[in-house]
Design a protein around this ligand. Structure first.
Ligand SMILES: CC(C)(COP(=O)(O)OP(=O)(O)OC[C@H]1O[C@@H](n2cnc3c(N)ncnc32)[C@H](O)[C@@H]1OP(=O)(O)O)[C@@H](O)C(=O)NCCC(=O)NCCS
Length: 195
């Protein structure tokens, strides 16, 4: 299938899994030209994304990039972090900036990227995948649950640390257990900036 025909028709055709490639890249290995391409995808996917940047406030640990030929069509940033819930340490993959080029949405690219991360989490001693988003139904379909904890995190804006936020995370915090640990009520301390 030609890329132009997909863009023109915006059909519901599911790309054959072999037609797109998902690669994982450590953040420090990403060259400048690729950061520029990631930035363009992020800016077209999120209306308020900063111009000329491939991250919002802080860089992730690694990323998944989805390619159709040499076209970058999907992105997911992953923050590998210890957080604490009621003082108990949890090892998490924090999910940031999941997006798929509008011409390629609804072709299971986003869910395939998440599945790859989950497979990695299962062999990496991860307790939870965690994210903040208003795309609830997408993540519910991927097995995430909505939780409602008070949060504590480092506020960063325009390359400045502003202080510590203490705020309830209602209607936006979602988690997916990977191991056997239960997600409890109580304060979730991000031990850094929010994802
Ligand atoms: C959310 C997103 C990453 C999904 O990627 P995708 O490759 O289209 O997802 P899949 O094909 O695997 O799954 C599609 C299903 O997810 C759900 N979905 C897609 N976008 C959604 C959204 N913004 N909110 C809620 N559910 C959504 C729908 O049920 C959709 O099914 P449909 O195609 O039958 O309507 C993509 O729509 C996107 O990039 N949106 C803009 C950026 C964004 O809002 N990201 C949210 C995460 S921070």
């Amino acid at each position: 299938m030609k890329i132009n025909s997909i863009q023109r028709t915006k059909s519901k055709t599911v790309l054959n899994r072999k037609e797109f490639v998902i690669e994982q890249m450590e953040e420090y290995r990403i060259p400048t030209f690729l950061h520029e391409r990631i930035g363009l995808l992020l800016q077209s996917s999120f209306p308020d994304y900063p111009i000329n940047k491939s991250y919002f406030n802080q860089i992730p640990s690694f990323r998944y990039l989805a390619w159709y030929g040499d076209e970058l069509i999907g992105h997911l940033g992953v923050v590998y972090r210890i957080i604490s819930l009621n003082g108990v340490e949890l090892r998490v993959f924090g999910i940031v900036d999941l997006c798929v080029d509008a011409a390629f949405q609804s072709m299971q690219i986003g869910s395939n990227i998440l599945k790859q991360l989950e497979s990695l989490a299962e062999i990496s001693n991860i307790d939870f995948m965690i994210l903040i988003s208003d795309a609830h139904s997408f993540y519910l379909e991927q097995g995430f649950i909505m939780v409602d904890n008070p949060g504590k995190w480092l506020m960063i804006r325009n390359s400045q640390t502003l202080g510590i936020a203490h705020r309830k995370l209602s209607d936006c915090l979602m988690v997916k257990p990977i191991g056997t640990k239960q997600w409890d009520e109580g304060t979730v301390d991000f031990l850094g900036n929010i994802f």
